[in-house]
Design a protein around this ligand. Structure first.
Ligand code: PBG
Ligand code: ZN
Length: 325
């Protein structure tokens, strides 16, 4: 290797040359917009901890999706807030449930929009945990195998409503294999599974729990989501989902976990990164105070997620970025 003065790195950074040498860029094609649909409201409700984000009524969701489509966003991820919750999360697989209605409305208005649904029970259970709870050796906790059956029913009902992709987010063992078999047996072999394959137990989900009314009434999620300290375990979780038949992997949150994302991106499947509610709120609040430049910070955060290996980025900034690009 020749060294200075033959090797001058700044030569490649000169004004006219550097755009040619840019390695990664954000594209609207890669962005997925999360949307909250609330069965109990009739007009959009702003989310206090996520400025610029709303819960939408079922009647308003199609026009939101159409606006996103017209901005160039090709995919949405739907979360539902149901009118009724119970211990078994049964409103999550109601054929006329909030997400099921929302999927039908979006698909009827914007058929080409790729509709992804979050498959989990925490918005639908009165205790706020992600599936069925019961007694275990170590106290009351999320029961794995009984919850798998619930996820199968939720995934099938979303597929029946027209979802293109189901996204199980409960971090149960065996959830991807179980849902794949259930979808195939029900004739939905064309529906993809985007697994929340590596999902950490993160404080950054705080604002989401207000947005989706999915906070837990006791305990925490550390017996199903991964400890942020654990790299090996995080990698194994995604590898298992490759083996179980996932079509798309996911790392969540994104920005603090770029080392994990880079490793998951080598597994042979497309990978999505979820820039979560807390990542959104941190940038928004600093920008609102004039402490950070919003646009520059957002573009940098997404560019770095891309550089680390994400094919897709789920971000609450999707509409803003589409306007800026
Ligand atoms: C539900 C779910 C959560 C998020 C997505 N799906 C919350 C949680 O696991 O507690 C978080 C998304 C965000 O913070 O933006 N299991
Ligand atoms: Zn959940």
């Amino acid at each position: 290797m020749s060294i200075f003065p033959k090797r001058r790195m700044r030569r490649s950074r000169s004004r006219h040359i550097q755009p040619l040498l840019r390695e990664v860029s954000i594209s609207k094609n890669d962005l997925i917009a999360p949307l909250f649909v609330d069965e109990l409201i009739t007009k959009p409700k702003p989310l206090e901890a996520m400025p610029g984000q709303f819960r939408y009524p079922v009647s308003g969701i199609a026009s939101v999706a159409l606006d996103l489509w017209n901005l160039g966003i090709r995919s949405v991820l739907l979360f539902g807030i149901p009118k009724e919750k119970d211990a078994a999360g049964s409103s999550a697989y109601d054929p006329d449930g909030v997400v099921q209605q929302a999927v039908r409305k979006v698909k009827a208005t914007v058929p080409e929009m790729v509709v992804i649904t979050d498959v989990c029970a925490c918005e639908y259970t009165d205790h706020g945990h992600c599936g069925i709870i019961g007694q275990t050796r170590y106290g009351i906790d999320l029961l794995n195998d009984p919850s798998l059956e619930l996820m199968n029913r939720i995934a099938i009902s979303h597929a029946e409503s027209g979802a293109d992709i189901v996204a199980p987010s409960c971090m149960l063992d065996g959830m991807v294999g179980s849902i794949r078999t259930a979808l195939d047996e029900a004739g939905f072999e064309e529906v993809l599974i985007m697994s929340y394959s590596t999902k950490f137990a993160s404080a950054l989900y705080g604002p989401f729990r207000e947005a989706a009314d999915s906070g837990f009434s006791f305990g925490d999620r550390t017996t199903y989501q991964i400890n942020p300290a654990n790299r090996r375990e995080a990698i194994l979780e995604s590898q298992l989902d490759v083996e179980e038949g996932a079509d798309i992997l996911m790392v969540k949150p994104a920005g603090f976990y770029l080392d994990i994302l880079a490793e998951v991106a080598t597994m042979g499947l497309p990978v999505a990164a979820y820039q979560v509610s807390g990542e959104y709120s941190m940038i928004k609040s600093a920008a609102a105070n004039g402490w950070l430049k919003e646009k520059e910070t957002v573009i940098e955060s997404l560019t770095c997620i891309k550089r680390a290996g994400a094919d897709l980025i789920i971000t609450y900034f999707a509409a803003d970025v589409a306007r800026w690009l």
